[in-house]
Design a protein around this ligand. Sequence first.
Ligand SMILES: Cc1ncc(COP(=O)(O)O)c(C=O)c1O
Length: 445
Amino acid sequence: MFGVQKSQRREKERSLTPQTPFGMTSLKKSIVGARQFGGCRKPLRAGIILGMKKMQPPQFRPQTRAIHAGEPTRHGVNVPVTSPIVRSSTFSLSSANELKAWAEGRSKVFMYTRDGNPTLAIAEKKLAALEGGEDAVVTAAGMAATSTTLFSFIQKGDEIISTAQVYGGSYRLMRDFFPRFGVTTRQVESSLEGIELLVTPRTKILFVETPTNPTLYLVDLRKAAAFAKKHGLISIVDNTFATPMLQNPIEYGFDLVIHSVTKGLAGHSDILGGVVVGSSRYISVIRKTLSAFGGIMDPEVAFLLMRGIKTLGVRIERQCETAMRLAKFLEKHPKISRVHYPGLKSHPDHALAKRQMRGFGSMLAFDLKGGLRAAHRFADRVRLFVLAASLGGAESLIILPIYGSHQHMSKEELARAGVEPGTVRVSVGLEDPEDLIEDLRQALR
Ligand SMILES: Cc1ncc(COP(=O)(O)O)c(C=O)c1O
């Protein structure tokens, strides 16, 4: 639009609006709406969010937030009910002064999608609202969220304390990559026993995961956050297995919450993504690292993520119910030595799960008495469950962790993670529970 006067430009924008719901005018309003609604800090602007001005977003319950938080207004005429995918790598600026202000960090306008994009911003506001954090940043994968977050706060000579039981990818990142940069990781059991002995003047970060992949160990969030505060550490938790529907670690004092949104949050096994939620101060540091490393989320993926999140509450509720039924069935099965599900009374952290989670989750694991041979046989016999990596989707999946998340681990490391050769991990989907039980029954015969 070179050479177009401002008034002419406004006229052109206006003429786009009726036929083009994603025209400049409605998009600009959308962005304003998104910032106000998702940010939850400023009052909603009358006239833009008609009819919603008396509502207080922070008071909405989780499933309502999953649908509405972060989204632009859906009130008025020709306003799209779903958020637009802004498929543009770059954004126009109105003047050299605006460009200067952006370069000096005084302006927050969208400039280049690696640094921010309107569609990503809506997803970020939604996720921040779901976790109860000030801000969030979305990434290309869960591992991009974990690696970018850790790289944001460590430098040569620093130390991390991590629970020994974490997702294999996070474990290998700390075991195999960080030593190259002079960063040491000290491991603690998920019970946190003896953790005080691991702190040194170089300790910077506490990293935990709860419940853990794949054997559902739990970490006491309150205890872990208090420990980190006492020693001035940045506390980071991978909340992927619980999703924000079942626990919000920031409430317990955690600084940063990570998700692989590939899993339950997106919920349809069709995207890869990650997110970090926390204070604006920490998120702006992580955003800078992300811009340097480049592991950003694609706007199309953000759209699918938001679509998935809108049904998160109902999906999780159903998955928790089915998982409990499957866990009870498996617990009585003569070929199974142990079922790992925090909802079972036999689970060592059942009391803690009741205390800090709002449900026991969609993930479980079990150990076959016949070991690896039995696990192979079971994996080859399932008809409805799909033998596949990942979790949190509509289709129920099984995987043998020694070949999946916990490949390339020593016997000692596997034992510490509670993974046996005959361990099977189950991601409970949305099928009818009776059909899933029937499939387990026939595969175990
Ligand atoms: C608990 C947990 N955290 C992080 C990740 C990594 O996520 P992504 O595969 O999206 O990189 C996974 C993947 O399985 C996971 O299960």
